[in-house]
Design a protein around this ligand. Structure first.
Ligand code: NAD
Length: 266
């Protein structure tokens, strides 16, 4: 591997275990020469897995509930102290639906839970960017990334209120992308990733069947988490400095397919 993130400093949200997309991104960033800080919700820390990654990546772990502005501020301040300066890239890899977790039908959603879902899965992205904006925490030509899913554009009934969360997330990337681009040449994008076998992914009803459907529909098959990590690395690197305010499909071609004869053969 090369060294395309040499000298760069970044914060990675959302590495829960070694299946997490954020876990693979953290590993790849460090392999490419970056220094990183890891963060996750305090409740996720109790599982202790993140410490293994921290050791491997020689990275400090700073807990932060992404819905808490106080935690966000503490995270960015401590990270800047650790790095001795601003960050160059940030990955938001956070998603959770309370209604999906509790098995509520889309036609019978609990609205308090829905608010919580939007707060964790989408508004946290705005909170993260607003905190960075106010603390002036990112260098010029930096890169901010969130992870999305095609249910933001098309209907996948079992994805429930996460579809609206992802629409909101992608919209925040465009809107804040304008402000960050105009002020600091910082880019903001979302990657729309294939179904991936992770804790968050497998929380969706019928995920295994759906994973295999998407795999057959996509000419290249589902994009693995490791390849998503490679794509993230390119977007953090200086090779993509003018890509901003985009939702970028990393899905083996799924998003442009109508029908794949492979599916009919079964
Ligand atoms: N797995 C898939 O099929 C798939 C497909 C497309 C997009 N994505 C997106 O990728 C991202 C990462 O998910 P993943 O699949 O790696 O699953 P994951 O379960 O490994 O990661 C989700 C992370 O969100 C964190 N989180 C939840 N609540 C939080 C809070 N309040 N504060 C801070 N962190 C919190 C969890 O601790 C966990 O680390 C999510 O945005 C997800 O929607 C996943």
């Amino acid at each position: 591997m090369g060294n395309i993130l040499a000298g760069k400093k970044g914060i990675i949200f959302g590495a829960l275990d070694n299946q997490s997309i954020a876990w693979k991104v953290a590993e790849r960033c460090v392999e490419e020469g970056a220094q990183i800080v890891l963060t996750n919700a305090p409740v996720a820390m109790r599982m202790g897995e993140i410490n293994k990654l921290a050791e491997k990546c020689k990275a400090p772990v700073i807990p932060a509930d992404a819905t808490s502005l106080e935690d966000m501020e503490n995270l960015f301040q401590k990270s800047m102290e650790h790095f001795g300066g601003k960050v160059d890239f940030v990955l938001h890899s956070i998603g959770m639906s309370v209604n999906v977790r509790k098995g509520k039908a889309y036609t019978d959603l609990n609205y308090d839970w829905m608010q919580k879902t939007f707060d964790v899965s989408a508004i946290s992205f705005h909170k993260m960017m607003q905190t960075m904006w106010k603390l002036d925490a990112i260098n010029d030509w930096g890169s901010i990334l969130g992870l999305s899913y095609i249910a933001a554009q098309r209907v996948f009934p079992d994805y429930s209120e996460m579809a609206e969360s992802k629409s909101l997330l992608e919209s925040f990337a465009r809107s804040f992308g304008y402000h960050f681009g105009d002020a600091k040449n910082v880019r903001v994008n979302t990657i729309s990733q294939s179904p991936t076998m992770t804790t968050a992914g497998q929380g969706v009803k019928g995920f295994t069947e759906f994973f295999s459907y998407a795999d057959k529909m996509s000419p290249l098959g589902n994009a693995p988490a490791e390849d998503c990590a490679n794509y993230c690395v390119t977007l953090f690197s200086d090779l993509t400095r003018y890509v901003t305010m985009q939702n970028l499909y990393h899905d083996g071609g799924f998003s442009n397919m109508g029908m794949n004869p492979r599916l009919l053969e079964d």
